[in-house]
Design a protein around this ligand. Sequence first.
Ligand code: SAM
Ligand code: TMP
Ligand code: ZN
Length: 417
Amino acid sequence: MTTKPCTICRGRVQEFHDFGMQPLSDAFRRPGDESQEYLFRLAVGMCLDCTMVQLMEEVDRDKMFHESYPFISGGSAGMRAHFEGVATRFLENTTGRGDDFVVELGSNDGTMLSHLADAGMHHLGVEPSAGVARLAVEKGVRVLGDFFEEESAVRIRGEHGPATVIYAANTLCHIPYLDSVFAGVDELLAPDGIMVFEDPYFGDIVEKTSFDQIYDEHFYLFSARSVQELARRHGLELVDVERLPVHGGEVRYTLARAGAREVSDAVTVMIAAEERSGLTEPATLEAFSLRVSDIRRDLVAALTDLRAQGLSVVGYGATAKSATVLNMCGIGPDLIPRIFDNTPAKQGLLTPGSRIPVVDSADFPDPYPDVAVLFAWNHAREITARETGFLDAGGRWLLYVPRVHEMSEPAPEPVRV
Ligand code: SAM
Ligand code: TMP
Ligand code: ZN
C-alpha cells in the first residue's frame, strides 16, 4: 500500500483500499463509441496527521465537470424537498437585512437557489458545468459559469460585495484544491458570515460499508474532526454539525471566522463519538477494506446464481456510485443487461466502463424483471414507494449496502440519525 502527501496539511496519507483502475463515474458513453476510456487508479487513504480521508489520485476537474455533466439535483423528490428546506432556513434566518447575499457553490440545476430567486433574495450560483447551469438560469437563478476558487471569489466580491452565507451541497468534497477555495472564502465571506456545506459523512460510510461513495468526484470523505482541522488551518472555526439522512448519511458543517460565533456542543459530541468508535484507527480502516472485498465476492456470486437460475436481473439508478461497484466487481451486460434511470441525459447511453445500457425508468414495469439491483439505495424509500407494483408482481430488490441482501418490503422512512 502506498502513501502520498496530504492535500490539506502535506502530512503523509496512508492508503487503505485500492479499487483498481476505474473510469470516470459520470462519463456515460454513446453506444458504438469504441474510443479508449479515460481510466485512473481509484484508491483511498487517510492522512496520518490531520485525519483527512482522500483519494490517492486526483482527476483533472475539466474531465469531470463540463457541458455534459449529467447529474441533476432535481432528479429526486426527496432532494427537491431537502433543498426547499435549506432555502427556507436561509430565508427565515436572513430576512429583514437588505444586504444579505447567499452564494451557492455547485448550484447545479438551481434546485435550491430557485427558492431564493423566487423570494427576491440577492443570490449567486457558481457552477462550472454549463449544461446544468443553463437549467438553473431557466429557473430565474443568477449563475456564474466558473469553478469557485480564489480568483473567481475575488471577482464575485468585487461585483456583489461580501456574502452572508456561502453554501455548498455535495460539492466541497469534489474539490481537491481546497487551499484556493478557502482563500476565496476568506475574500468573500462577510465578517459575521457563515459557510455551510453538507457532504457524505465518513462515519456513515464506515458504519454502512457504503464503499460506493468512493469515486473520482468524491475526492474527500469528511469527518467532524478532519473538517475542524481544515477550518482551523484557514482561520475559520467549525461551529456546528448536524447529521442528515440524505444520500445515505451526510453531515452539514457550519464554519465561521475564528472566534466570531459560539461553538455548539454538537461539535464536541460528534468528535468524541468519532474518537470512541475508532473512526481513524488503522484497524477500523482495515476491517472496512475487508468488508468491501466480501461485498464484491457476495454480489458477484449472487448475480451469477440468479443468472444461472434463468431469472431476469436489471439495475435501478445509474448512479455515479454504481460505477465503483460495477467496475470493481467486473459486472457488465452479461449479468445486468440494463439499468433504469429517470435522468434524460443518461438515457440511451452506456454506463462508464461496464457498458450497460441506461433506459428510461418509466419502462421499468414493462414487464417487471425478477430482480432489480438498487444502485440508488440512498433513494430507496422514494423508489420503492413509487414502484410498489414490482413487489406485488413478485419482484425482488437486491441491495449490497451494508451487505448483499434482499429487501422484501418497501423501504422505511429514513430516520434522522
Ligand atoms: N449541489 C448540488 C446537489 O447537491 O445536488 C449538485 C451537486 S453535484 C454532485 C456537484 C456539482 O459541483 C456539479 O454540478 C459540479 O459541476 C460542481 N462543481 C465542481 N467543482 C466546482 C467548483 N470548484 N466550484 C463550484 N462548483 C463546482
Ligand atoms: P444519486 O444517488 O447520485 O442521487 O443518483 C440517483 C440516480 O438515480 C440518478 O441518476 C437519478 C436516478 N433516480 C431514478 O432513476 N429514479 C428515482 O426515483 C430517483 C430518486 C433517482
Ligand atoms: Zn493531512
